[in-house]
Design a protein around this ligand. Sequence first.
Ligand SMILES: [Zn+2]
Length: 89
Amino acid sequence: MNSGLIGKIEKAHRYAQEPERVRIHHLEATFNGDNNSYEVSFRDNKWNCGCHTFSTFGDCQHVMAIQKILEPMLPEDTTSEQQSQQPTA
Ligand SMILES: [Zn+2]
């Protein structure tokens, strides 16, 4: 194999240990829940899910789970914890 490419593969292994290097801007996913599958999307810094919980509360277990999985790769102001900031009164 080309020795230059071997160096790139080694770098890829190192990068793969550092997920915070990656920023996800747009995502479409199917979440296989216990009973049903749901379409989850992330676009323009907004999450969406096709489940009833999300349409009622604006958040749900599927979005929260994906946020946990992808946390190092998401823009900083999109996780649920950071959205519950104190209002500046
Ligand atoms: Zn959901």
